[in-house]
Design a protein around this ligand. Structure first.
Ligand SMILES: *[C@@H]1O[C@H](CO)[C@@H](O)[C@H](O)[C@H]1NC(C)=O
Length: 213
């Protein structure tokens, strides 16, 4: 009885905090599953070659906008990742470039600095910011669903590779989600204490056409 009680307590004090209900990508039920044109089916493996399992799209930086380039390597562009529960992103920064505050609803991210010096951080749900400059070879973790950001503070280019525990982490970029999505001006004005004209400016900057809500 005592032994059982000890096991019980051990189980619930030690293990329970680390074993909540499963909320990540499901475990695969086959070696791999490259999606076939038929819905919910995998390609016949006899049609696959090694090249199906290699992605060459991040040998070089992607297209830059505002000194920043981010290239996701998710299952959408690298179908071999389908069902495997992980993916990557390559991020390149020119001097001063930023990766705007954003979060990944479906994945924790491990960011590894391949080159450069990057101010990197996240904000927890108490609005506590955990941020500092990390440099080549250092790794920072951003917990799932938590707002995070990066900025190249060196005077040369920086490269970061992020890995995710989801084949499709998703990315919600705050500036665009708020000012490029079509939320009514009135709400944004109230939320941010801004005037209509200021909202218009932000909406223009983040890709919204003139007043289409
Ligand atoms: C996969 O393709 C091979 C060769 O074309 C064929 O013999 C096999 O029956 C196929 N398997 C399935 C599950 O369709």
């Amino acid at each position: 009885m005592t032994v059982l009680l000890v096991i019980f307590i051990f189980h619930f004090t030690i293990h329970q905090p680390y074993s909540p209900v499963s909320a990540s990508d499901p475990d695969p039920i086959q070696d791999y599953c490259l999606p076939s044109p038929h819905p919910h089916q995998c390609k016949n493996s006899s049609s696959l070659t090694v090249d199906d399992f290699i992605f060459s799209g991040i040998k070089h930086p992607g297209k830059f906008t505002d000194k920043f380039s981010g290239v996701p390597v998710s299952a959408a562009v690298f179908p071999a990742l389908n069902t495997l529960g992980m993916s990557l992103v390559r991020a390149d920064f020119k001097a001063g470039g930023i990766n705007v505050p954003h979060y990944h609803p479906r994945a924790t991210e491990l960011a590894y600095v391949v080159e450069g010096r990057v101010y990197s951080g996240f904000v927890d749900t108490q609005n506590r910011v955990f941020a500092r400059v990390i440099e080549k070879g250092e790794v920072m973790v951003y917990p799932r669903g938590v707002l995070h950001f990066q900025m190249n503070v060196g005077d040369s280019p920086a490269t970061v590779v992020g890995s995710f525990d989801s084949q499709n982490p998703g990315s919600v970029k705050l500036p665009g989600a708020l000012f490029g999505s079509g939320i009514k001006d009135e709400l944004l004005e109230k939320a941010f204490g801004l005037k209509g004209k200021e909202i218009e400016k932000l909406k223009k900057r983040f890709g919204m056409k003139k007043e289409d809500n």
